[in-house]
Design a protein around this ligand. Structure first.
Ligand SMILES: C[S@@+](CC[C@H](N)C(=O)[O-])C[C@H]1O[C@@H](n2cnc3c(N)ncnc32)[C@H](O)[C@@H]1O
Length: 423
């Protein structure tokens, strides 16, 4: 953890009016300024620091934060004073305890009251006890979590269940509350594509996946591929498969292998030892993996996965093992080079209307829509179905319900369900 610090700013030149010469104080955590407070208020907190010791640089001092009201103990804090070249003075706290944060929270309440023009500050504005202060913080906390939930729903379609709510609560509790609330307010004005949102959605979603997940469903899909290949032969000799919400890519690589092997069986591709897969002239295979998270896409593109018990390879069928030779790092395996040209990965938020794939033969969207509201699920499912060629297939997760029937028919095979777009 970086060292918490308090840095104050502006020289204390005598002769200026009181407000102007009073330094402002910022609560810092590493490089991030969490709050700037008028010195006149923090002076209430730090009036045990005699002004004459300020100019001495890097000297350890003991600050006593005096109780502002009943119910708060006084707190001793070890700090160092540091002066910057421009004459500003900084205080670095050795520890930032809960009690110290309470003092700053109080300072902020006072500061906000002052900003509302209440002069002089009335003690009636102060919470009577620490319990009241906690209750106020609690209100802001719930409100902040609630706002983040609504925004996460708006920008990424996330339906906020208990697990997402718990994650948001942990995020909100990880930094001073007022600062987090302000950050949430700023976030609310940013588009979903902004890196801040992308990072947050990343933390809120689950990226669990592995090769050949749900083998029964994938095998049922593979059994229907000859029809798709025949259809492509009568069209443009192009086979397109899309893993929407591909996470770290295992699903897309699995689709590619199933498609390549089906193309070999159909006589439109060949597989030679030492040369791998080659498509026959005029044929194309385009497997697309998309995800809202750029972090997982980087892993997907690398196509190198750790081995181990709960790894990408946990359900790898023995006949597929040869497509994943050992990687350069110990205890890793990588996707064989000849398979890579058929697969590409790109960022796409399923909430966005403009899809990156059109005229797909197979769309797989599994274990993604579980996060979405019903309304969004319907919209996304409709959008995906629209991008499927007539007769093409849609695979949803085993717990996903089909909410946009109409254009697809249900196919039940070997105890598993997939959907086919009506001709
Ligand atoms: C549990 S993984 C599923 C991976 C794979 N489909 C599977 O079933 O093994 C869910 C993925 O959905 C992605 N996701 C969540 N919300 C998304 C959205 N709005 N748009 C696109 N992807 C999203 C997450 O980033 C995560 O990688």
């Amino acid at each position: 953890m970086t060292e918490p610090s308090i840095a104050n700013a502006t020289p204390t030149a005598r002769g200026r009016d009181r407000r102007e010469r009073e330094p402002r104080l910022a609560v810092k955590w590493g490089q991030d300024i969490y709050r700037t407070v008028d010195w006149s208020l923090t002076g209430l907190l730090l009036d045990a620091v005699p002004e004459e010791i300020w100019p001495r640089p890097n000297e350890a001092v003991k600050l006593t934060l005096l109780p502002l009201q009943d119910g708060l103990p006084s707190v001793d804090v070890m700090a160092r004073l540091a002066r910057r070249g421009d004459g500003w003075v900084g205080l670095t706290l050795a520890t930032m305890s809960r009690e110290v944060m309470d003092y700053f929270a109080l300072a902020l309440l006072l500061h906000d009251a002052a900003k509302r023009g209440v002069q002089p500050l009335s003690t009636a504005l102060l919470p009577k006890t620490r319990a009241v202060l906690d209750a106020e913080q609690q209100d802001l906390r719930s409100q902040t979590i609630h706002n983040l939930m609504l925004d996460a729903q708006r920008v990424a379609g996330l339906e906020v269940g208990a697990s997402v709510q718990a994650k948001l609560a942990r995020i909100v509790d990880a930094a001073p509350l007022k600062e987090i609330a302000a950050w949430a307010g700023e976030l609310s004005r940013l588009p979903g594509s902004h890196p801040e949102w992308v990072a947050l959605i990343e933390m809120l979603t689950v990226h669990e996946t592995y090769l050949f997940r749900e083998p029964l469903q994938l095998n049922a899909m593979a059994a229907l591929l000859p029809d798709r290949i025949a259809d492509a032969a009568s069209r443009d000799r192009r086979l397109t498969l899309w893993s929407a919400g591909c996470s770290t890519g295992e699903e897309a690589w699995s689709l590619a292998l199933l498609a390549l092997r089906a193309m070999v069986t159909a006589g439109v591709a060949s597989e030679q030892p030492g040369h791998g897969f080659t498509l026959h002239p005029g044929w194309r295979l385009d497997v697309v993996g998309s995800d809202v998270s750029r972090q997982v896409l980087r892993v997907a593109e690398a196509g190198v996965y750790a081995t181990g018990e709960i790894s990408a390879f946990r359900a790898l069928p023995p006949e597929m093992a040869a497509y994943f030779p050992p990687g350069e790092e110990p205890r890793t395996r990588r996707v064989r080079d000849d398979i890579r040209p058929f697969v590409r990965f790109l960022p796409y938020n399923l909430v966005d209307e403009a899809t990156p794939v059109r005229a797909a033969d197979v769309v797989v969207c599994r274990n993604v829509l579980i996060y979405f509201t019903d309304m969004l699920r319907v919209a996304v499912q409709k959008r995906l179905v629209t991008q499927i060629n007539p007769g093409g297939l849609l695979l949803l997760g085993t717990t996903d319900r089909l909410l946009a029937p109409g254009e697809v028919e249900i196919i039940e095979r070997e105890g598993t369900v997939l959907y086919r777009r009506r001709d």
